[in-house]
Design a protein around this ligand. Structure first.
Ligand SMILES: C[S@@+](CC[C@H](N)C(=O)[O-])C[C@H]1O[C@@H](n2cnc3c(N)ncnc32)[C@H](O)[C@@H]1O
Length: 281
């Protein structure tokens, strides 16, 4: 037996994350949805290449039904329903479903069935029916990877598509990680997903999607705080490298309205891993 098969990758994934974490709560995501709604900040950025590329790689066949777990405000559910797919959109946050509902309602005639349910619920009693394609966009790490993969696989008739942060978290910044001297593969959910699938004898496809983030801040202090937050805890040695990184990469310039803003001298890329497999191949 090779180490690839002998290893419990789900357990290894938990260890890499620092042990079992408390799962997110609906309240956490309700608050997030409410904040985004209030600030007019779209959780659904229709210009994000992430949406286009995920849908392209998902390669749905005309008329296939879709089960979208952890659907959020409908980043996948809405464009897929617009393409004529019947979508069952599941989330445990009623405010996320509310955002989805408002956008779907504004477009009229979309075949979306919203269901308030948890990844960990009994989906049969929750009324969730199997679909041709089961997908989980950026929501698979909400539970443990293995049970999420198994559940999606059970509920999909033909194909399963998932995505997860390729660099560990959406706050990941390859340039910063390199400058801090951190190894890029730390906490890479996607590698654990691939190994879990490999041990299950599933031939999964892997693609990467780059999603550019054009972030700007009004002050240098705000920029530093946001970047520091994304970097997580810094060791003493990293602290010095972090200061050097800020000196090198934070720049002040004028935006289109002539206001002074701070930004990086490069565009941060959020790296997503898209993983899909066909059933019974
Ligand atoms: C990062 S968002 C992703 C939303 C959307 N799929 C996308 O790609 O933008 C994660 C979503 O998963 C939902 N979620 C987190 N944990 C969940 C759970 N245990 N059961 C159901 N939904 C959950 C959250 O409410 C949130 O809407």
């Amino acid at each position: 037996m090779t180490v690839l098969i002998k290893t419990d990758w789900n357990h290894e994934w938990e260890l890499a994350r620092g042990g079992k974490r408390q799962p997110d709560t609906p309240e956490f995501w309700n608050t997030k949805a409410e904040r985004c709604h209030k600030n007019g900040h779209a959780l659904l950025d229709i210009y994000d290449p992430y949406i286009r590329e995920f849908i392209n790689y998902a390669a749905l066949l005309p008329g296939e039904s879709v089960l979208d777990i952890g659907c959020g405000p409908g980043i996948m559910a809405i464009p897929l329903a617009e393409r004529g797919h019947r979508v069952t959109a599941v989330d445990f946050s009623h405010r996320m479903l509310g955002m989805l509902f408002r956008q779907a309602y504004a477009k009229e005639g979309l075949d979306i069935i919203p269901i308030l349910a948890d990844w960990r619920d009994n989906w049969e009693t929750a009324g969730i029916e199997p679909a041709d394609v089961a997908l989980a966009s950026r929501s698979v790490a909400a539970v443990d990877l293995e049970s999420a993969i198994l559940k999606l696989n059970t509920w999909a008739r033909r194909r399963v598509c998932i995505s997860t942060a390729a660099g560990g978290s959406p706050g990941f910044d390859r340039v910063l990680a390199k400058e801090l001297g951190r190894h890029i593969c730390a906490h890479s959910n996607f590698a654990y997903c691939m190994n879990i699938l490999f041990a299950m004898d599933v031939r999964a496809e892997l693609r990467f999607i780059d999603s550019p983030k054009h972030e700007r801040w009004e002050t240098r202090a705000a920029a530093e705080a946001a970047i520091r937050h994304n970097a997580g805890k810094l060791s003493a040695a990293e602290e010095q490298r972090f200061e050097r990184y800020l000196r090198r990469h934070l720049v002040q310039l004028q935006d289109e309205d002539g206001r002074n803003v701070w930004q990086r001298d490069y565009v941060r890329i959020v790296e997503w891993a898209f993983i899909a497999w066909d059933k019974d191949v």
